[in-house]
Design a protein around this ligand. Structure first.
Ligand code: FE
Length: 238
């Protein structure tokens, strides 16, 4: 089971349980374990980038987005569709697929690619041109209740991005009423741990190396200061 590194109480049942139940029901209706049964059109599609490739420059260059979105993200998507093609896993939504395959050794390739597709879909929406700045008032209140200040939240998010050893992700999540920063390794995602993701920061080297080389902290701080979409985080709070 993916294990986001975090402090505090264990995640409450909720969205994960719902996804697990619906994924389980879908598989049960299909006769249990996935088997390669028929050829099908690719189940999942690459979502359109919500802005132009050069819209996040100079913080993130068009070159970075071209490779990150057009090569890395697309490769995860193509791998996922290839892995599930003709199997009953095509019946599951992307969310259900991530939760249903999390922690299952026999499904690790499907999980890794599905989770990376999910994480990248979410990452692009976590950013926007002329982002950063101050969160909207409602989100600010929630942040201050959990972190004391917006500055402390920003600092903790950047610290998690830097502290994640190797490839992975830093996240702002909701754990019930409380907001938290967590980090996950490789493809792991808070979604499968029952947490509600609000914002994602990709800290795989492919996210920053062309623009920042080994300076991950500079990348994280620049993205948080100039690109993060606090309105997206507020919408995710629901
Ligand atoms: Fe990435």
């Amino acid at each position: 089971m993916p294990n986001p590194q975090q402090h505090g109480t264990p995640p409450q049942p909720g969205r994960r349980d719902f996804l697990l139940a619906s994924a389980g029901a879908a598989l049960l209706a299909l006769g249990g374990l996935p088997q390669r049964a028929h050829a099908a059109a690719p189940r999942h599609a690459l979502p359109e980038l919500p802005y132009a490739l050069d819209a996040l420059a100079p913080t993130l260059s068009a070159n970075t987005l071209g490779y990150h979105y057009g090569k890395h993200h697309k490769a995860y998507l193509d791998n996922l569709n290839r892995l599930i093609d003709g199997t009953e896993l095509t019946a599951l939504s992307l969310d259900q697929l991530v939760v249903a395959t999390a922690g299952k050794a026999a499904q690790s390739a499907v999980f890794n690619n599905a989770a990376q597709v999910w994480n990248h879909n979410f990452y692009w929406k976590s950013l926007r041109p002329q982002g950063g700045g101050e969160p909207p008032a409602e989100l600010r209140r929630r942040i201050e209740a959990s972190f004391d200040s917006v500055a402390a939240c920003r600092k903790e998010l950047a610290a998690a991005a830097v502290a994640q050893f190797g490839s992975g992700w830093a996240w702002l999540v909701a754990d019930g009423e409380r907001l938290k920063v967590v980090k996950t390794g490789n493809a792991d995602t808070p979604l499968s741990a029952g947490l509600k993701p609000l914002l994602a920061l990709d800290v795989w080297e492919h996210a920053y190396y062309l623009d920042y080389q080994n300076r991950r902290a500079d990348y994280a701080n620049a993205v948080i200061d100039k690109l993060i979409d606090w309105d997206f985080a507020l919408r995710n709070l629901g």
